[in-house]
Design a protein around this ligand. Structure first.
Ligand code: AMP
Length: 184
């Protein structure tokens, strides 16, 4: 399926979710407008609504694994995995996972970073949903897609709470079904 932001029909209150994301200017450094999801996590209804909305398009799609991107993708990805009856796979920064890993490097503004999963985490032939909080430049998401495919999985989608559209991250994911709840 092509790159697609259409929010599926749902009873989820997107405005309630948006109202609980806090903008923090100049964090972690000057010029960055940080999207702080901690008020959302601490609001029972808004948090539940966000999990429901992230999972909704993938119900009944036979998702075997949800890959969550460190660190906030863990918080959203684990309940989404529970909702979908899937396993959860953490994608971590290099050197954090204890067993044998596969890694994928990606470019940062300065230098590169690597995202890793355990080499045995994705069953070859399985269906995989990737989850994160914010899609910014798309570098992390792109690396995660490559990792899942190298592990033999099929990426059925990338479900993200918020897309920072000015950074054009979706252009790095033209071959992925992208589901974003909010675009700012
Ligand atoms: P990117 O690889 O540029 O798409 O960055 C994605 C990762 O960086 C996500 O895991 C986000 O959690 C984090 N991130 C990037 N920009 C922001 C921002 N303005 N506010 C909050 N998190 C961000």
């Amino acid at each position: 399926m092509p790159n697609d932001t259409v929010i599926p029909e749902t009873t989820v209150d997107i405005a309630l979710i948006e109202a609980h994301i806090r903008d923090v200017p100049d964090f972690p450094r000057e010029g960055i407008l940080f999207k702080d999801i901690t008020p959302l996590l601490n609001h029972r209804k808004a948090f539940a609504a966000s999990i429901d909305a992230l999972a909704a398009p993938y119900r009944g799609m036979g998702v075997d694994h949800v890959v969550g991107l460190e660190a906030r993708g863990f918080i959203f990805g684990t309940p989404v995995a529970m909702e979908l009856g899937a396993g959860f796979v953490p994608a971590r920064k290099a050197g954090k996972l204890p067993s044998e890993t596969i890694g994928q490097a990606y470019d940062l503004e300065y230098g590169t970073a690597t995202v890793e999963i355990h080499a045995d985490a994705i069953t070859p032939g399985s269906r995989v949903l990737i989850v994160d909080d914010v899609l910014a430049t798309g570098g992390t998401g792109r690396a995660a897609v490559e990792l899942v495919r190298r592990a033999g999985g099929t990426v059925v989608g990338f479900s993200v709470l918020m897309e920072l559209s000015a950074l054009q991250g979706r252009e790095k994911l033209p071959d992925v079904e992208l589901h974003t709840l909010l675009s700012v």
